[in-house]
Design a protein around this ligand. Structure first.
Ligand code: ZN
Length: 245
C-alpha cells in the first residue's frame, strides 16, 4: 500500500468534529471519469499534481460530502491512497446511518474499461482494508460497498462499486475473500515471529548470535517443529559462532 496523509481540515465535515467507534468499512467509487487524486485531494503536495480548477474537497463545499480516504492516481500515474480524515472521525459518505459506524473511502473511477487500472486500485483497496481491520479489530465480514449498504438499509441508493467491478470479473465477494486471505497471512506472520514471554530473551539471543535466521522471507517460524537436520545446522552455527574446539 502506498499510503499518504492529507487531512481535509478545511472541509465542513472535519470542522463538525464528531467521532465514531468504527464497526465496519464502506467502499465507494466516485461515479465520474477522473482517476486523478488531485481532482479530490489538495492542495498539491508535490506528488498529487496541481488541480487547475482548485475544486478539491479540502475546502468549504456546496454539498456535505467527505470520506476518510481516496484511492487513485498521483501525477506520475502510479496508484496511491490518501487518508483525508482521521479514521475515527464521523464521515459524510453514506447518506444514511452508516455514517455513524463505517470508515469510508472513494476509489477514483476512470472510464471503467481499463482492467489494469481496476486491478491496481482493487489491490490497493484490499491492503487498505487489511490495515484498517488491524487497527480496529474488524474482519472481511465488516466490509461492504455503498450498493450493499443500501440493501442493508444504512445508505442511500447508489450503485457503487457494483456497476464497475463485475465488468472485470471482480465483486465484493472476491474482495472480501482477498482481504480474508491477507488477514490470515498476517496473523500467521505475527504468530511465527512474536515469541511468548517465557522465550523472548532466548529468542532474541539466538537471533542476535545468528544461530537462527528464519526462512527465505526472514520468517522465524517460532511455532513450527524442528527437524534433526535443522538441529544439526543450529549446532554447527553454535560451534562456529563460539569457536568451540
Ligand atoms: Zn458511494
Amino acid at each position: 500500500m502506498n499510503l499518504h496523509k492529507l487531512i481535509f481540515t478545511s472541509n465542513a465535515c472535519y470542522k463538525a468534529g464528531r467521532k465514531i467507534n468504527p464497526k465496519g468499512i464502506m467502499i465507494h467509487s466516485t461515479g465520474a471519469n477522473n482517476p486523478w487524486l488531485k481532482r479530490y485531494v489538495g492542495p498539491d503536495d508535490g506528488l498529487l499534481g496541481k488541480n487547475q480548477y482548485n475544486n478539491y474537497w479540502n475546502q468549504p463545499m456546496d454539498r456535505d460530502v467527505c470520506v476518510h480516504a481516496f484511492i487513485g492516481k498521483l501525477a506520475d500515474g502510479t496508484v496511491a491512497t490518501y487518508q483525508t480524515l482521521p479514521w475515527d472521525h464521523r464521515g459524510w459518505h453514506a447518506g444514511g446511518s452508516a455514517n455513524d459506524t463505517h470508515i469510508s473511502f472513494e476509489i477514483c473511477e476512470d472510464d471503467l474499461t481499463d482492467a489494469d487500472y481496476l486491478d491496481k486500485v482493487y489491490h490497493e483497496a484490499v491492503d487498505l482494508c487489511v490495515y484498517l481491520c488491524g487497527l480496529y479489530g474488524l474482519t472481511e465480514q465488516d466490509i461492504i460497498c455503498h450498493c450493499e449498504g443500501h440493501d442493508l438499509g444504512i445508505a442511500s441508493n447508489h450503485a457503487d462499486v457494483l456497476h464497475w467491478w463485475p465488468k472485470h470479473g471482480k465483486n465484493m465477494d472476491t474482495f472480501r475473500a482477498a482481504v480474508k486471505d491477507k488477514l490470515r497471512c498476517s496473523a500467521e506472520h505475527t504468530l511465527d515471529n512474536t515469541p511468548s514471554e517465557w522465550s523472548e530473551a532466548a529468542v532474541e539471543w539466538t537471533v542476535k548470535n545468528g544461530l537462527m535466521v528464519g526462512n527465505d522471507n526472514g520468517n522465524l517460524m517460532l511455532r513450527s517443529p524442528l527437524t534433526r537436520e535443522q538441529f544439526c545446522v543450529i549446532l554447527e552455527r553454535y560451534h562456529n559462532r563460539f569457536h568451540l574446539t
